[in-house]
Design a protein around this ligand. Structure first.
Ligand SMILES: N[C@@H](CCC(=O)N[C@@H](CS)C(=O)NCC(=O)O)C(=O)O
Length: 198
């Protein structure tokens, strides 16, 4: 049995979305980051965590890829060229897109006020815009980053697009804009939203 720990307003949402794409049953604990409930499972207080029976797995990317591998969906097998390319998209999204969003978030409401550097936000937006151009170049006319098959990095990119909207980052129009719209319209995401109330 799977139990996801984390409020849907965090990176836990990508795990709920993933589980819905895979059609799996799961339990939810919508505890916020840094709460005592989360710290009892992950001493850093960070979410999401996935409990597989009683074993905790930390980090959304590790969790998503574990679920995809275990259930042999939304991924190419480890050791294939396709998997290496798929993983390169995952890493690109974490480094270039999520990195910019997280930098802005940390300097808006995560860090204690005296440590925040609000002047960093235009830099974060610049990095994000550069990554959007890279995504457009790499996506080409594909439906998903790996062609016509949806994989882990598409869920991740969709989650980051939603995060970017909420953080008032400018999302591209055109092909990348359409790609994000179709990801955010997916029934699995709507189910995850209904179940978590977000
Ligand atoms: N790389 C981790 C990052 C987890 C993370 O930082 N989560 C945020 C919520 S989206 C959090 O728990 N923040 C609390 C904190 O930084 O203390 C992942 O992808 O799961």
């Amino acid at each position: 049995m799977y139990t996801v720990i984390g409020s849907p307003r965090t990176r836990a949402m990508r795990v709920y979305w993933m589980l819905e794409e895979l059609g799996l049953d799961y339990e939810m604990n919508l505890a916020p980051p840094r709460s005592e409930e989360v710290r009892a499972i992950n001493p850093t207080g960070k979410v999401p965590c996935l409990l597989v029976d009683d074993t905790p797995i930390y980090d959304s990317i590790a969790i998503m890829q574990f679920l995809a591998d275990r259930h042999e969906q939304l991924t190419y097998p480890a050791g294939t060229i396709e998997r290496a390319i798929q993983d390169s998209y995952t890493q690109f999204c974490v480094d270039e897109i999520e990195g910019a969003l997280w930098m802005a978030a940390k300097n808006t409401f995560i860090h204690p006020e005296e440590l925040r550097v609000p002047a960093i936000k235009p830099t974060a937006k610049h990095e994000f815009a550069t990554a959007m151009q890279t995504l457009e170049d790499r996506l080409g006319d594909n439906e998903f980053v790996m062609g016509d098959k949806i994989t882990v990095p598409d869920i991740l990119l969709g989650h980051c697009a939603n995060w970017a909207q909420g953080a008032k980052f400018e999302l591209p129009k055109g092909k990348v804009g359409d790609y994000f719209t179709s990801l955010l319209d997916r029934p699995a995401l709507q189910r995850a939203r209904e179940k978590t109330g977000y």
